[in-house]
Unconditional design. Structure first.
Ligand code: ADP
Ligand code: MG
Length: 703
């Protein structure tokens, strides 16, 4: 028997939880902290000092030597700068470890080396990090020791957001304020806030570290830039939910333990569709904490994989022709007195508050489909969205049979008199129980699916932060709630007004509902007929941030200023160009230094063989034909490589960030495809022994 793992004991052991604060802080201080966590406000410096000391004592007892303000710049990952608790020694040379309230609540990292999209000139390097008191501090252990991490927001000297957390927190407040107006209309006077909850399902790949280290593309780009398909892919559907192999299992076990210690409720784990692909899902929690925890999940996956001699690939499309990775972002809104606004109950047709919320969400998603799509775009996700993989780049909403029927009744007659019920699922086996059936089947192809009491936004990329999608969701729904509340609060007859408004919204926005197969070609045509946007790339999606509609929305709720939106758009263009540039340079490098030389050498061996066979008086047709076709492909690869280098030189002359990004997307990308094709063809033509890097088969079937 293996050692018994006490999950209850280790859970949260590395987190400065509310429970620990209650134990360690004077009652009045604890109360003040709790009040701010629940309802906002500012900690006085005196109180902050007390909290900081308690936090430091706990951290030091647990081996910490340093602290860091842990933040999320626009790179999409996290940043940390460690400071030791060390202070000036006294005369006797003795040093006492200290941590002040000021250090806890405010940090001043040099902001000049983080992307700001022109918001901050390099001479205005100052940036500030401010403690997000609602997300608990935790201990991170790495080779440098144990570090106390304080989740923070990151802003410029002038208060402009330079990170992903600040706008998220702003959006959470906006949606709370507006949603409260809605629940008040229905008589809920007890709720004091509405919380956005998020449960992200994280997909990832694991590959053997030694093989990974032999592939420059994996090292520099996180994805393969070359590679012929293996003879077997995912067509047998034998990996999804398959038995977890031992090496992967021990990784998952270790990962769970690390995450539980960090207070992450790692709950579900399984093999995914593609070979070497897996998933982990925690239990949902408040949006900003879910965002922080998702960052920790990604970081921990990488760290733990290393311990097991593997590398975790979070890229959205590490292998062409094999299922990519996403992050299903489950999202809902609930009041602090326990009402999930997205719970339809058994008879949604009678649940007017739910119907209004639903109508508002449909309106929001239809009105801002472009922004929602943008929020899920990153460089890697371009290989999934719209590229014939899950899900399509067109935003639509799946409601399921029951709700679609209720919507239909409302739109057609103005009244919904009944709800389709799930009934019983008859198993046909006397020893098996007959099960209660959900009123709605699942749909796997919808980018935005209603799943019982939440929406599942399935476009998000696996490597991306989930901050932007949730910021956008909160913002667009806040706007719809606000507009509804503006009307309903002054209605003479509330019942009639709400009835009419639901009907109006549903009628005007029903085009966004689609329950069919989102992967089909017919849907693309149908969506175009409905006038739904089909934004094919991240670069095109970036433009949506600064439309008049977008600026109006985000400024109205104080989530982004126009300048912040413009800066973000610019950062996206820069990120895109830089990423594709790295990919292209990596391809050039691999082609010139690995593939072309390897094939050249092979042609020499072949040529020698041809001569030897001929001089032995035998028929060398096979060898000669092989030599000829390989040499042709080699010439093609060589020409494509030169052409790619030319394109990169051309790119270097383009200054405008947007133009440059479009150039990378349209021109450089095509040149990359043109180089990949002959190299992948060569891989299938030459002796495996001379191929300089591990193949797809080696990478995904032999982990
Ligand atoms: P699936 O069957 O879709 O793969 P999983 O069990 O893998 O589902 O993940 C579902 C996710 O949705 C989990 O993170 C879960 O905690 C989350 N979730 C459940 N209810 C809600 C809710 N009301 N709001 C937000 N997220 C939720
Ligand atoms: Mg899942």
């Amino acid at each position: 028997m293996s050692e018994v793992l006490n999950v209850e004991e280790i859970f949260g052991s590395k987190v400065f939880t509310l429970g620990k604060m209650r134990e360690r802080l004077p009652k009045s201080v604890y109360k003040e902290v709790k009040k701010i966590i629940d309802h906002g406000g500012e900690l006085s410096l005196a109180t902050a000092d007390v909290v900081a000391k308690a936090m430091k004592d706990w951290a030091v007892e647990n081996g910490a030597t340093h602290y860091t303000h842990w933040f999320q710049p626009l790179t999409g990952i996290t940043a940390e700068k460690h400071d030791a608790f060390v202070t000036h020694p006294d005369e006797s040379g003795k040093m006492i470890m200290e941590f002040s309230g000021k250090e806890l609540i405010k940090g001043e990292p040099d902001a000049s080396s983080f992307p700001s999209g022109g918001l901050r000139a390099t001479f205005e390097a100052r940036g500030y990090t401010a403690w997000d008191i609602t997300s608990p501090a935790f201990l991170k252990e790495d080779a440098t020791g144990v570090i106390l991490c304080i989740p923070t927001a990151f802003c410029s000297y002038k208060g402009e957001a330079l990170d992903k957390k600040t706008p998220l927190l702003r959006s959470m407040e906006a949606v709370s304020t507006q949603a409260l107006r809605i629940v008040r209309l229905f008589g809920n006077t007890e709720a004091t806030k509405v919380v956005a909850s998020v449960g992200p399902e994280q997909e990832y790949f694991l590959v053997d570290r030694d093989k990974y280290l032999k592939r420059e593309d994996l090292i520099f780009a996180g994805r393969t830039l070359f590679g012929a398909p293996a003879p077997k892919g995912q067509e047998l559907e034998d990996h999804y939910f398959g038995t977890i192999r031992e090496r992967i299992g021990s990784f998952m076990k270790d990962l769970n333990i690390e995450l539980w210690k960090l207070g992450v409720t790692a709950k579900t784990q399984h093999n995914e569709v593609a070979p070497a692909q897996h998933e982990l899902a925690p239990i949902y929690e408040t949006a900003n904490i879910a965002v922080d925890h998702n960052q920790l999940v990604m970081e921990t996956m990488k760290k733990v994989a290393g311990r097991h001699g593997m590398t975790c690939l979070l890229h959205e499309k590490p292998f062409a022709g094999v299922n990519g990775s996403g992050k299903h972002n489950n999202w809902s809104l609930g009041t602090d007195n326990g009402v999930n606004l997205l719970d339809p109950g058994d008879t949604p047709n009678e649940n007017i508050q739910f119907l209004l919320v639903l109508a508002c969400i449909l309106k929001a998603v239809d009105t801002h489909a472009d922004l929602l799509r943008q929020s899920a775009s990153d460089v890697g996700n371009d290989h999934r969205l719209g590229a014939n993989e899950a899900p399509p780049a067109i935003i639509s909403v799946f409601l399921g049979e029951q709700l679609e029927d209720v919507v239909k009744q409302l739109v057609e007659t103005g009244d919904a008199t009944h709800s389709i019920q799930g009934g019983k699922l008859l198993t046909g086996v006397s020893t098996l129980p007959d099960l209660d059936k959900d009123a709605t089947d699942r749909n796997r192809t919808s980018p935005f699916a209603f799943t019982g009491n939440k929406f599942e936004f399935r476009m998000v990329g696996s490597a991306d932060s989930i901050a932007s999608p949730n910021t956008t969701l909160n913002a667009i729904v806040a706007e719809a709630f606000c507009e509804a509340a503006d009307l309903l609060e002054k209605a003479d007859d509330f019942d009639i007004a709400v009835h009419d408004l639901i009907k109006k919204y549903l009628t005007e926005h029903q085009r966004i509902i689609f329950n069919g197969n989102g992967y089909s070609e017919e849907w693309v045509e149908e969506a175009a007929r409905r006038g739904l946007p089909n934004i094919k790339s991240m670069v095109e999606a970036s433009e949506t941030l600064t439309t008049e509609k977008s600026i109006k929305l985000f400024e109205k709720f104080g989530i982004f200023t126009k300048a912040e939106l413009e800066s973000r758009e610019e950062v996206l263009y820069e990120t895109y160009s830089k990423t594709i540039n790295i990919e292209a340079l990596t391809m050039v490098d691999m082609a010139k230094k690995q593939y072309i030389p390897a094939v050249m050498e092979y042609t020499k061996t072949l040529a020698d063989t041809v001569l030897a066979v001929k001089s032995a008086g035998a028929d060398a047709t096979v060898q000669t034909t092989a030599l000829k076709s390989i040499s042709e492909k080699l010439a093609e690869a060589q020409a494509a490589e030169t052409s790619l280098e030319d394109k990169l030189a051309e790119a270097a002359g383009i200054e405008d960030p947007k133009k440059l990004a479009f150039f990378y997307k349209d021109v450089v990308h095509t040149a990359m495809d043109d180089l990949r094709a002959p190299v992948d063809a060569l891989e299938m033509m030459v002796d495996k022994k001379v191929w300089p890097v591990p193949t797809y088969g080696d990478l995904i079937f032999e982990v």
